[in-house]
Design a protein around this ligand. Structure first.
Ligand code: IMO
Ligand code: MG
Length: 431
């Protein structure tokens, strides 16, 4: 019985929420291990829609323990707002079913402001197209060893020193950017105003997870974003500020790598991305438009329209390697229903040469040209299919071809947002 890590195999928005929810019924514990409320996970349960950005998807299921691990950056104000919103939808959230790591780093208003300022600046650097949630600046302060962490709220006597350390970095930075100076007292107030509400959820999560593991409980690690947004392995600098690959589940939860049994990558049957950065198979024509319309490709969080393109097997093959993916959950195949022909990117050309991977350099990434194979579409619908027998033969061929190209089997096939519209090939928990 293996613990399972779910990671995005593209640029995020692969439909991780549904798959995590589907798997969570078999799990005892669901853990978020990286990212913050830049994630947008939609769950549809009995027709009821839940939108989560920060809380582990297990929270909507009674009897599951949800854990926010140390690798996450936590905006305490957003946390409380999300808890409130879910409570209004009838979800029970208490310190018994939600635990947050003591050593989680906090996102403050100053991080959001800096993120937004950089994104609006026209003269400096590259525009990443971030979610403006303060994710990048918060991780910078964590790595810069000046972050305020959840546990610091429990020690108000030592907080002033920490705020000073933070300001000794941010004051000169803000002066240089022409931003208003920050008030020490305002930051203290910002933190202390939430302390009593957030601290009850604080726990020694590494230990609690270790105990769960030793007791034979099933742990589901819920990744956010996707491997191509990984700060090391993604399309740098157009990435998020955390490691999104499966290996991050170990460091971001405080469990060693052996706690991870099965790595399930989630991939859409086509490709999307939000924000800036290279996207070799992007379609700027009416087909791209159609995929976006049929697939409702708008951000859960920011409402931005997603860029759309054909399935890029080169990229997913690469993320199968960087995340050690054992099997793929292929989502949104139904969006390709009714197309006369479907293209799959099987390789790239870079300056006239064939290459089989996405090079690391920013200029080279922008220059690669996709090499396509054209595949006949299928008649009939895959939407709502619950077994292979329900699928058109040509659609099965498309799936089989993807498996061959990416070097990993399709373990699950999702054919609509509804949880029961899922074809199971191999149960990751019973690997
Ligand atoms: P889920 O979990 C898609 C993208 C942003 C931007 C880049 C950096 O729903 O798959 P950030 O705010 O993280 O500093 O922005 O990363 N991005 C996502 N794209 N899905 C997500 O999460 C994303 N989270 C961040 O659009 O390009
Ligand atoms: Mg998203």
């Amino acid at each position: 019985m293996a613990n399972v890590v779910v990671v995005g195999a593209q640029w995020g928005d692969e439909g991780k929420g549904k798959i995590v929810d589907w798997l969570s019924t078999a799990a005892d514990v669901v853990v978020r291990f990286q990212g913050g409320h830049n994630a947008g996970h939609t769950l549809v349960i009995d027709g009821k829609v839940f939108k989560l950005a920060l809380l582990p998807s297990g929270i909507v299921r009674p009897g599951k323990l949800s854990v926010i691990g140390n690798g996450v950056v936590l905006d305490p104000h957003h946390l409380l707002a999300e808890i409130d919103k879910l409570r209004q939808q009838g979800v029970e959230i208490t310190p018994d079913n939600l635990k947050i790591a003591e050593n989680v780093s906090l996102i403050l208003a100053l991080h959001r402001e800096l993120d937004a300022h950089r994104e609006s600046a026209t003269d400096t650097g590259v525009k990443i197209g971030t979610t403006k949630r303060g994710i990048g600046p918060a991780y910078e302060d964590k790595v810069g060893r000046r972050a305020i962490r959840l546990t610091d709220l429990a020690e108000p006597d030592y907080l002033d020193e920490k705020i000073e350390r933070l300001l000794s970095h941010h004051d000169p930075l803000r002066r240089g950017l022409g931003l208003e100076p920050l008030s020490h007292a305002a930051i203290r107030d910002e933190l202390m105003s939430v302390a009593d509400k957030v601290l009850p959820y604080m726990a020694v999560t590494f230990d609690l997870l270790d105990t769960a593991r030793r007791d034979g409980k099933r742990i589901l690690f819920e990744g956010a974003q996707g491997a191509l947004l990984d700060v090391d392995h993604g399309t740098y600098p157009f990435v998020t500020s955390s490691n999104t690959v499966a290996g991050a589940a170990a460091t971001g939860s405080g469990l060693g790598p052996k706690a991870i049994g099965y790595v399930l990558g989630i991939a859409k049957a086509y490709t999307t991305r939000v924000g800036g950065g290279p996207f070799p198979t992007e379609l700027h024509d009416e087909i791209g438009q159609l995929i976006g319309d049929k697939g409702h490709e708008y951000g859960v969080n920011t409402g931005r329209r997603r860029r759309c393109g054909w399935f890029d097997a080169v990229l997913v093959r690469q993320t199968v390697k960087t995340s050690g993916i054992d099997g793929i959950a292929l989502t949104k195949l139904d969006i390709l229903d009714g197309f006369d022909e479907i293209k799959i990117c099987v390789g790239y050309k870079l300056d006239g040469k064939d290459i089989a991977y996405l090079p690391a350099g920013q200029a080279a990434q922008a220059r690669v040209e996709p090499v396509y194979e054209t595949f006949p579409g299928w008649e009939g619908a895959t939407g709502g299919a619950r077994s292979w027998a329900d699928l058109p033969a040509q659609a099965i061929k498309y799936v089989r071809y993807i498996e061959e190209l990416i070097g990993a089997p399709v373990a699950l096939l999702s054919t609509s947002p509804e949880r029961d519209d899922t074809i199971l090939v191999q149960n990751p928990f019973q690997d």
